[in-house]
Design a binder for this molecule. Structure first.
Ligand code: IMP
Ligand code: MG
Length: 181
């Protein structure tokens, strides 16, 4: 089915273990609280679904969608919110859930945007982190797997909208260097 995957980097067990660890930490950190878990569309939908099914705390879920256009390395102003949250997060504890943290442009823009609604706290949770690619200095509070600068797909992560449903994560063929939209 996914014969155009050159190399599998993380299998279902790796991803499940990483998700277990994050869920445990969130359960401990938010005991007695009811955070608003905000998934960044589209990439986070699978990780978010896996994560919330492991949580024992109370929480609510919302989504936000951002798009970057033009030369994404040009400026943070190139990120735009294309679908907003519908929850009033004023005074709430917010956890932003992302599939992968790369340059940091998207998440820094989103967290700044959400701060404008005066939440009590905001934390960042990402399944994958590529710290070597960071341009905007932003550090996730919860990281599943730290990975190299390779472009990866699967488990919500896409290349041209493909591979999101792949249960493992790997590098698509002929693209083991780097792909950017
Ligand atoms: P950033 O703004 O550069 O941090 O980019 C974050 C977004 O870029 C993620 O939410 C992904 O949608 C996309 N992205 C970055 N790296 C990858 C990758 O390796 N595979 C698939 N999507 C990626
Ligand atoms: Mg994304």
């Amino acid at each position: 089915m996914y014969e155009d995957i050159e190399q599998i980097l993380f299998d279902e067990v790796d991803i499940s273990n990483a998700t277990d660890d994050i869920a445990q930490r969130i359960d401990n950190d938010y005991k007695g609280k009811c955070p608003v878990i905000i998934g960044v569309l589209k990439g986070s939908f699978i990780f978010l679904a896996d994560l919330v099914r492991r949580l024992n705390i109370d929480f609510t879920v919302d989504f936000i969608k951002a798009s970057s256009y033009g030369e994404r390395t040009e400026s943070t102003g190139n990120v735009k919110i294309t679908s907003d949250i519908s929850t009033d997060i004023k005074g709430k504890d917010v956890i932003v859930v992302e599939d992968i943290l790369d340059t940091g442009y998207t998440l820094s823009y989103i967290t700044e945007y959400l701060r404008g609604f005066s939440p009590h706290s905001i934390r960042i949770c990402t399944l994958f982190d590529k710290p070597g690619r960071r341009i905007v200095p932003i550090k996730p509070d919860y990281t599943g797997i730290v990975t190299d600068d390779l472009f990866i797909v699967g488990c919500g992560l896409d290349y041209n909208e493909k591979y999101r449903g792949m249960p493992y994560v790997g590098v698509p063929k002929k693209q083991s260097k780097k792909i950017k939209e």
